[in-house]
Ligand binder design. Sequence first.
Ligand code: GLV
Ligand code: MN
Ligand code: MN
Length: 416
Amino acid sequence: MAESSVAGAVREDRLWQRHADMAKLGGTPKGGVNRQALSAEDAAARNLLGAWAKARGFATFTDAIGNLFVRREGTDAKAAPVLSGSHMDSQPTGGRFDGMYGVLAAFEALEALEDAGMKTRRPVMAVAWTNEEGSRFQPGAMGSAVFAGHNKLDEMLQAKDWKGVVLKDALAETLKAAPAPLSDGPPGFPLDFYVEAHIEQGPRLENEKKTIGVVTAIQGSRRYIVETTGEEAHAGTTPRAARKDAFAAALRIATAMYEATNDADDTLRFTIGRVDVAPGSPNTVPGKTSFTIDMRHPANAVLEAHEKKLQEIVATKAAPCSARIERVTAVAPTIFDPRVIDLVRAKASALKLANMDMPSGAGHDAMHIARLCPTGMIFVPCERGVSHNEAENATPQDLAAGARVLAEVLADLANR
Ligand code: GLV
Ligand code: MN
Ligand code: MN
């Protein structure tokens, strides 16, 4: 297949410039971004995307959890749309491409369709899902989970960030600062297909010198909060036998958990990413701690078995303190639709882009939307696989290559 007009209309310079423009919103001195969900920086990104959409004559709207949609009409306005996108929120020390690439690649595809003058039967839409990262408000991938009916809107609106700000209030602030028409009715509407582009966030494509990852699956993931409770005491006077040191208990628990999750083939992913110690005074024995656990594996049974081990550890290692573990979220492994997998592979090959099939280690909004409609993903390489890091980097050429594959895939699907 020769490069068709849609792929040919994808503009590497425009896509790269849009990344640079977005990277200014929450930009950090080290070249990354801090654009956490429903922050002022998130609102600024929403406004910028909205302005670009308006300039191209695309309609925008949000839903009740703040997911932001951009719509390019099809010739059959009643046909279920083909949707593509990702997220614009970042980790506190995040990179410029995680999530943002998927939103901008989708928007580039809409612009390429427009520039190529190609009409599609179905509407093609871009989306920026709310709070994918889950670093400020838990759980992550919240907007897509609510859209897909996996999480309840009312419960999510009550989520609190680490400072106690309620999500409902942060969302109201954000939508006040970045207004867009609110879609009526509950989240979720009929979708024909969903395809998400993303940087790989791992080193495989770069190591194997491939430009396109044809994503076949996403591993399952679970998040927990562990709390230990002891007794505050004077650091200078309290003998060891009289201490109920909540941090020492957390340390025993954490150490046992690292051991229990240290699998021989290095497939299970176990991370303690946040620890809070209270009251947080150098000369008071801590009375309370809490820490987060993020655990992932391609097989649900393995996650299940390890969850039991974590519970046992919490029950047996805390004394003389007490401890509890709470599961915050569980997402089963996702297998993508063979039609999307085959189409992505075919389009990448037709564009003469070296490609390989691969599962995703990271979670993505696509794991929730896959419950609603046939879904797939496209990966492009990122430098040394580094992500969730301000040093995250990708080349303009690879980003454009992924956008070309995406534009071709969306054009095909939208003309079915
Ligand atoms: C997404 O950022 C994830 O944690 O997989
Ligand atoms: Mn992401
Ligand atoms: Mn991320």
